[in-house]
Design a protein around this ligand. Structure first.
Ligand code: ADP
Length: 274
């Protein structure tokens, strides 16, 4: 529901005669408003960790602290610096995705290797956040290759897997894997039995900086840009991101790529790729 905005211009072009020009500027104004929101969001996201860091610098400069207190303050500063680093990394990733041509369809990525790599990395995060109590299993589909960017697909899948790890409690279960659907598209999925997401949030989830639970996102190192990145990667590969979630039961995120980007792997090929 944005109201339509019309710009009017009146040109006197001869004595007593005027030309009235109308132009629909709804889209332009909307884009401008979104850009302003984005800049305000980025500034805010950078300012909060910076304020914390500056506060601790001042403390270190003015107070005579013992070694363990000093170390404690430095750890807190490092944590805030990592937050800023993650934010800047995600911003750069997004701007690269928005500003470069879609990935080459002649480059083939081994699906099994891709998912294994992402799963291993997500397990390492689970180890840190949940001390290894959370389980993450890979449900492998058939041996496939997909055409596209290995780096982009790995980044998209690890955003989904890391989210599952971060938002699902320590005693939870996560499954990730892929299916080759009857129409020959491929579907990567990440399923968790975590808290789930209220339906009213679902349509906005891929917006930059949209978060359901701000503090949970921050505590676990979220930038609020992860799903925006996933959506971009899906679209650049001609695919889409689908989200199903039931509050109290869990969420399933699916990244679907079209048949044109998928090919079954010949036996023996897996060895050659490895
Ligand atoms: P963030 O860095 O905050 O995780 P994302 O764009 O990756 O940003 O996700 C947006 C929001 O979607 C999150 O803040 C969180 O509220 C919600 N979300 C994402 N994945 C899950 C999940 N697996 N379970 C519950 N909520 C999720």
């Amino acid at each position: 529901g944005h109201p339509q905005r019309i710009a009017l211009q009146i040109f006197p072009y001869a004595k007593g005669r005027r030309l009235l020009l109308t132009r629909d500027v709804t889209a332009i104004e909307l884009a401008e408003a979104m850009r302003r929101d984005f800049v305000a969001n980025v500034s805010h996201e950078i300012r909060s960790p910076l304020t914390v860091i500056n506060g601790f610098i001042e403390t270190l400069q003015t107070l005579d602290l013992d070694e363990s207190q000093r170390r404690h303050f430095l750890d807190l500063m490092a944590q805030q610096a990592r937050r800023m680093q993650a934010l800047v990394d995600d911003l750069l990733t997004l701007s690269r995705l928005e500003g470069s041509p879609a990935p080459d369809a002649s480059h083939w990525v081994d699906v099994a290797a891709l998912v294994d790599e992402v799963a291993a990395q997500a397990r390492a995060l689970a180890e840190v956040l949940h001390q290894g109590r959370q389980s993450l299993e890979v449900r492998a589909g058939p041996a496939l290759m997909v055409a596209g960017s290995q780096a982009e697909l790995a980044s998209a899948l690890s955003n989904l897997a890391n989210n599952a790890v971060r938002y699902t409690p320590a005693d939870g279960h996560i499954e990730m894997g892929w299916l080759w659907l009857p129409d020959e598209s491929v579907e990567f999925f990440v399923h968790d039995d975590g808290p789930g997401i209220e339906p009213e949030h679902l349509p906005r989830l891929t917006e930059r900086f949209y978060r359901v639970d701000r503090s949970r996102s921050r505590e676990t190192g979220g930038t609020g840009l992860g799903l925006a990145i996933v959506k971009h990667v899906a679209q650049r590969h001609g695919g889409q991101l689908l989200i199903d979630s039931v509050v109290g039961h869990g969420s399933t995120f699916r990244l679907r790529l079209p048949p044109a980007r998928v090919t079954p792997m010949e036996s023996g090929e897996a060895g050659r790729l490895a």
